[in-house]
Design a protein around this ligand. Structure first.
Ligand code: NAD
Length: 493
């Protein structure tokens, strides 16, 4: 039997359940891209507020791609478990904040109408980095993006989040309704600012009067989100079934830690997420930098080097002392020193906490999953650190080691000669670069990558120091392998 409203009562007492009447909750939030992360993060904070009586902030989710999540959630009346896992044990909470899930490609019109409903005051997003249809190096809308081209030609049948949001705002304008707050919860630097810019550039292409109305009738607060939520596996679902006594196809696994820093700039109110542990601040940027460069930066480094070394999960990578030490060393010497950390923020404690979180064996966070979409992630995870260190003449050993591992990874062949299934919108271009330059030696390969502007912009190719470091690492990886390199060249740290 599947989890649903009628069997909530029968669940074991240690499972936390919605303690409110779900039929009284109305929709205040539409979430685009209702993947695992939203369910374990924003929806989980919102559940806390609905439980406290804020019943006009219910969530309807939408998927802009496949029907998978709808087929998981709708037969369960939107109910799902958040399973908190750590080396200390497991805690299960059933969340009831999501009432329905729409599948945009099946009926774009229905989603446009939902977004145009007056009660909807927040439209939030976790659509992954590539969902913003921007050029990651410049942060501007990519007007050649196939979804952008499609949506501008077919405004009634959009595919992209931008097409839906601008289309819905146009309906609201025509109907004399107010706008809404658009809340990006993706891992992107200045995510709110970026979203505001691409929305405005997109709207400008539709109609400049609409673009002006949107600027006056929406806000796009920045957010910093942090909770490790790996993709759920069948094994996770089977294990949960033995706890719940019923099947939950929509369950998500998460670590106990959760952090949400939000710029307090909401147009028509917001849930009191701060009472559920979120932090509202005037300037999110520095928290975001800390998180992107320390957490995400070391996570990506562990993912590429770990994958190449044959490690399936981040906890496996951390079990290798050379990589474990390297992660902390990277945070301390390169990532942290690239940021102006607020004096009252205990960065040493934060670093130690990150190491502990990465060592969580109960979460099987696959290196392959973190390694996805590197071309979109690397600019904000590594290149800010790199640019700052180059400007200061500071250390770049680990960040260039990480880059060399990424280049090895996107060559799509691992250290044993096996094929890697590289999932990245630029996978073909990146592999072609590797294939073209590999036989010409590490120097040429390094130069070719640093000149690849979609990832590296126009400036990094100018650094002779970086070019030398990177080609040196490429050469060493090629001859010695990543684990041997981590052990040998970072033996002193
Ligand atoms: P997921 O694979 O479960 O969900 C991804 C969602 O994005 C799906 O709904 C998918 O349909 C949608 N999507 C993918 N490409 C899209 C596109 N081009 N346009 C529109 N929608 C698109 O992944 P997740 O774990 O939910 O992570 C989603 C995002 O959340 C991440 O990319 C990241 O920005 C953020 N995040 C995740 C974590 C985590 O630990 N999982 C932590 C912090 C932040």
């Amino acid at each position: 039997e599947r989890l649903n409203n009628s069997i909530l009562e029968n669940l074991p007492p240690e499972v936390i359940k919605p303690a409110y009447d779900r039929s009284e909750v109305t929709t205040g939030i539409v979430h685009l891209g209702i993947g695992a992360f939203h369910r374990a993060h924003q929806a989980w904070y919102t559940e806390n507020r609905i439980t406290a009586g804020e019943k006009d902030w219910g969530i309807v989710g939408a998927s802009l791609r496949s029907a998978g999540v709808r087929d998981q959630l709708v037969p369960q009346n939107g109910l799902y478990s958040v399973v908190e896992k750590s080396n200390a044990g497991t805690k299960v909470q059933i969340v009831g904040a999501v009432s329905d899930v729409y599948v945009a490609p099946e009926s774009p019109q229905q989603l446009l109408e939902l977004l145009a409903q007056e009660s909807v005051r927040i439209v939030s997003l976790t659509i992954t980095e590539k969902g913003y249809c921007h050029d990651p190096a410049s942060g501007n809308l990519n007007p050649q993006h196939p979804d952008v081209v499609h949506d501008l030609e077919n405004p009634q049948q959009p595919k992209s989040a931008l097409g839906f949001i601008v289309g819905a705002l146009q309906l609201r304008k025509e109907r004399g309704l107010p706008g809404f707050t658009v809340l990006s919860c993706d891992n992107l630097p200045s995510n709110g600012h970026l979203l505001g810019r691409v929305l405005s550039q997109y709207a400008e292409k539709v109609d400049s009067e609409l673009a002006t109305w949107i600027a006056d009738n929406t806000t796009t607060p920045a957010t910093m989100v942090d909770r490790i939520v790996p993709a759920t596996t069948d094994e996770d679902r089977n294990e949960l079934e033995s706890i719940l006594g019923c099947r939950d196809e929509a369950a998500v696994m998460a670590e106990p830690f959760s952090q949400w820093v939000v710029e307090d700039n909401f147009l028509r109110g917001r849930p009191e997420w701060d009472k559920a542990g979120a932090m509202f601040v005037d300037d999110v940027e520095v928290y975001e930098l800390i998180k992107l460069r320390l957490l995400n930066g070391s996570h990506s480094m562990l993912a590429y080097s770990g994958y190449l070394a044959g490690c399936e999960t981040v906890a496996d990578v951390m079990a290798e002392p050379a990589f474990n030490k390297l992660a902390l060393h990277f945070m301390q010497t390169e990532a942290t020193t690239s940021i102006d950390v607020p004096a009252d923020f205990d960065i040493a404690a934060y670093q130690a906490q990150l190491i502990e979180r990465f060592e969580n064996r109960a979460l099987r966070h696959r290196t392959w999953q973190i390694a996805m979409d590197g071309s979109q992630k690397i600019p904000q995870r590594w290149l800010g650190t790199l640019r700052q260190q180059l400007a200061n003449d500071g250390p770049i050993d680990v960040v260039s080691f990480a880059l060399a591992n990424w280049i090895r990874y996107v060559s799509a062949v691992d250290e044993q000669g096996n094929e890697i299934e590289v999932s990245d919108p630029l996978a073909a271009e990146l592999k072609a670069l590797c294939d073209q330059y590999k036989s010409q030696g590490a120097r040429k390969l390094a130069a070719a990558f640093l000149a690849f502007t979609p990832v590296f912009g126009d400036d990094l190719r100018e650094s002779a120091r970086l070019q030398e470091k990177l080609s040196d690492w490429l050469q060493k990886l090629e001859t010695e392998g990543t684990l041997a390199c981590a052990r040998k060249y970072f033996a002193e740290i």
